[in-house]
Design a protein around this ligand. Structure first.
Ligand code: 5GP
Length: 176
């Protein structure tokens, strides 16, 4: 068990299982993107560990870059606006794969997908390590999924609780 601040976390997906599934995801990309030179776009901070391992297992020609998603309250509308930061590459006519650590409500990915799609890539797909189908609030097609999990808060392997827990080499779930 791991204690972080006021919460306890228990083992959920062990490291060996994570690594085996990541190799399978890489094999799918090797097959689907052969000779397409895809650009993997990792969403920071949470995806850094996952994309590192995934990238090592990809054998075809491919590139990697990272973005951050900043949220702020718009002054002109009531909703929260998400802004993509850090993308220097021209993605027009590129085969883009957005790599996320976890899709929860899907709102972040929906926004990122829309903004990147408007730059006219040749294709654009979403790959996530973890996916909470019960939490999804918007229509979103997730193309590659590592693990479907229940709607509970998880940490480890890049995912944090208030900044901590990212360094754990496996996924832990909050103990309720
Ligand atoms: P969404 O827009 O899909 O609701 O949220 C996606 C983001 O919320 C993720 O990139 C992640 O930062 C955060 N998030 C959602 N669920 C969890 C979770 O169970 N654990 C952690 N650590 N972060 C989560």
């Amino acid at each position: 068990m791991k204690q972080i601040k006021d919460k306890n976390f228990v083992p959920f997906i062990e490291s060996q299982l994570l690594q085996a599934r990541i190799k399978e995801l890489a094999q799918l990309l090797n097959k689907d993107y052969d000779r397409k030179n895809p650009l993997l776009i990792g969403v920071l901070n949470g995806s850094f560990m996952f994309i590192g391992d995934l990238f090592k297992s990809i054998e075809i020609e491919c590139e990697v870059t990272f973005i951050r998603v900043a949220s702020y309250q718009s002054t002109t509308s009531t909703g929260e606006v998400k802004q993509i930061l850090g993308l220097k590459e021209d993605i027009r006519n590129r085969h883009v794969i957005i790599v996320e650590d976890i899709v929860d409500t899907g709102m972040t990915m929906q926004e990122v997908l829309g903004q990147l799609a408007s730059q006219k890539p040749a294709s654009i797909k979403i790959l996530t390590l973890l996916y909470k189908p019960e939490a999804l609030k918007v229509p979103l097609k997730v193309d590659y999924i590592g693990f479907e999990i229940e709607n509970k808060f998880v940490i480890g392997y890049g995912l944090d609780y208030d900044g901590f827990g990212r360094n754990l080499d496996a996924i832990y779930v909050v103990q309720e």
